[in-house]
Design a protein around this ligand. Structure first.
Ligand code: NI
Length: 199
């Protein structure tokens, strides 16, 4: 079965669904994740249609965008069944997407999942990662940074130490490791400047 038509449909579906999503998981985030996945695919052998389609669907039904309820598997299945994608491929994509999330902390079980996970994580770091970190924090009423321990613990800046600065060492593919290193250095520079300006 040819997935390329379904990839175009998925893009359109996600564009309509997430065009106005302002917490950093909007259509453009997903589009960048697809672009990152394409860059990684240049250097890795994998089922590229499966990677790209999973990348388009990776935030569909995510608990962050669904009031804390994970509807990922359900919505992915719904979309793909309507397109008559076969059961085996649907299951593979649901597994790939379930392994992408940082917070679920799952280990990837295929090269396709490794690529989508790297592609999503690359968009959480560097200049775009910084922008998304504060956009997400703002959408959850978080402070940019805190003055006391309690405020600090829930501020957006804390997310750099809890997650973003750890991502470069969690990349699976060589391409992603290479891109991540540069983005990581930029975040460190940013945090240094930020500290200079606010202290
Ligand atoms: Ni994402």
């Amino acid at each position: 079965m040819n997935l390329s038509k379904i990839i175009l449909d998925a893009e359109e579906f996600i564009r309509q669904m997430y065009a106005d999503e302002a917490s950093g998981h909007d259509y453009l985030h997903i589009k960048r994740v697809v672009t990152n996945a394409q860059k990684i695919l240049v250097n890795v052998t994998a089922d590229s249609d499966l990677v790209i389609l999973s990348a388009w669907l990776h935030d569909l039904g995510d608990y962050k965008l669904n009031g804390g309820i994970d509807k990922s598997a359900e919505l992915i299945r719904q979309f793909l069944e309507k397109k008559n994608v076969d059961e085996e491929k649907i299951n593979r994509m649901i597994t790939i997407v379930s392994e992408v999330s940082f917070s679920k902390g799952k280990k990837v079980s295929s090269i396709e999942a490794a690529i989508v996970q790297d592609a999503d994580r690359l968009d959480a770091i560097g200049a775009i990662g910084i922008a998304r970190c504060f956009a997400f924090g703002g959408s959850r009423n978080r402070l940019i940074y805190g003055e006391n321990e309690e405020q600090k613990a829930t501020s957006s800046v804390q997310n750099f130490y809890d997650k973003l600065l750890r991502l470069k060492d969690l990349m699976n593919t060589e391409t992603a490791k290479h891109i991540a290193l540069k983005r990581h250095q930029f975040m460190e520079e940013f945090l240094e400047k930020l500290s200079e300006e606010i202290n």
